[in-house]
Design a protein around this ligand. Structure first.
Ligand code: MRU
Length: 358
């Protein structure tokens, strides 16, 4: 299975060359494929804020490379300039608030920066740390794909319909995805009759990114308006809702793309299982409950206009881009360290204490 999974890795969102981070511009996919080059931390922070790169793990990886770019700049004169470095870290930390992978990656990079050493050696260590964060995310994707597909098989070893929301695929990670990684592995295992992709207003990550990723690999995918999800569940074919996460609290509440909560409520009503697939870098044990997660509010302009064209009356538009699904609505949490069914505080504590599986 692992070889097949590796062969399915076709799309990449980030490409690191020393001194430059190249990002596939996700604002214009799938019709335009263009790469944007970032040469300093400010450019990386802007790319995260403006959604050139998005998805919790990919944001964390981009931020780690942003720190490596800052190191290159501030170590060039022979020593690290702490104040310039702190300003770059602050820029990166302010780029988006909800995905904890951003803060997790920055903390890990900061610890690396704090280690003493001669400039060239320090720079090499910092770049290697960013590369390690990228590589580990890719490995976590592969492990979660295997675990999630095995769980699907255990419940129903036949082709079935799945529903996903937003994009938790190759474009959102350092590998081939969290939720979409599981879906890819399940498809290779003959378990997927069709994937329903919510279009995911207003950025259309489902319509533009998830539908494209799956279609590229010949996995049967059908697009639906977000509002059609309950109707589709009522038809009785869908067995799993499979999504990623931006932040998971100590008790198992999950912040993910706006609309995930209503999917989980509908899924509970219709007897459809909910699987959340996320690496442990998305788990924030410092936050107890979902209501304490900072929820990003983006401009109402994103609802009022589509590709610059007005599509609504000129009224106030409220645009929270994440919501929180309570742990009790989640059937399974799949991480690279293992699967938790009906996640709760005790199980999460045990998982976070466990040694990484690889
Ligand atoms: O606003 P986005 O596109 O960054 O939101 C992305 C999501 O909500 C994803 O579902 C989540 O980050 C998981 S990605 C593996």
């Amino acid at each position: 299975m692992r070889e097949q999974l590796l062969a399915a890795e076709q799309i990449i969102a980030l490409d690191w060359q020393p001194g430059v981070l190249r990002l596939l511009d996700q604002r214009v996919l799938p019709h335009i494929q263009r790469w944007l080059e970032c040469r300093d931390a400010g450019a990386v922070a802007a790319a995260i804020r403006d959604m050139v790169v998005r998805g919790a793990p990919a944001i964390g990886i981009a931020a780690a490379y942003g720190v490596a770019l800052a190191a290159r700049q501030h170590l060039q004169s022979g020593a690290l300039c702490p104040s310039a470095f702190a300003a770059d870290l602050a820029l990166l930390a302010a780029s988006r608030p909800t995905a904890v992978n951003l803060f997790w990656a920055l903390a890990r990079m900061q610890a690396c920066v704090a280690q003493p050493g001669e400039a060239a050696e320090q720079l090499q260590r910092i770049e290697q740390e960013a590369i390690a964060i990228h590589r580990e995310d890719r490995e976590a994707n592969l492990r979660m794909a295997e675990l999630g597909a095995a769980l699907i098989r255990r419940h129903h070893p036949h082709p079935q319909a799945l529903l996903t929301h937003c994009n938790a695929g190759a474009l959102a990670t350092g590998g081939f995805g969290t939720a979409l990684g599981v879906i890819r592995a399940a498809a290779l295992d003959g378990l997927v009759a069709r994937v329903h992709a919510d279009e995911t207003r207003p950025w259309l990550q489902g319509a533009r990114l998830t539908a494209w990723e799956l279609a590229c690999e010949g996995i049967p995918v059908a697009l639906n308006a977000d509002a059609a999800a309950a109707y589709l569940m009522q038809q009785g074919d869908i067995r799993w809702v499979i999504v990623g996460a931006d932040r998971i609290t100590a008790c198992g509440d999950v912040a993910n793309k706006i609309g995930t909560y209503q999917l989980a409520v509908c899924a509970a009503y219709h007897g459809v299982r909910v699987m959340v697939v996320a690496p442990t870098s998305t788990i924030d044990m410092s936050i107890e409950r979902g209501e304490d997660i900072p929820i990003e509010q983006r401009s109402g302009e994103e609802l009022l206009r589509l590709a610059g064209q007005p599509v609504a009356a000129e009224v106030e538009a409220i645009n929270p881009v994440f919501d929180v699904t309570p742990a009790r609505l989640i059937d399974a949490l799949v991480t690279e360290r293992g699967v938790i069914e009906r996640p709760d505080r005790q199980q999460l504590q045990r998982l976070m204490r466990a040694a990484p599986a690889h």
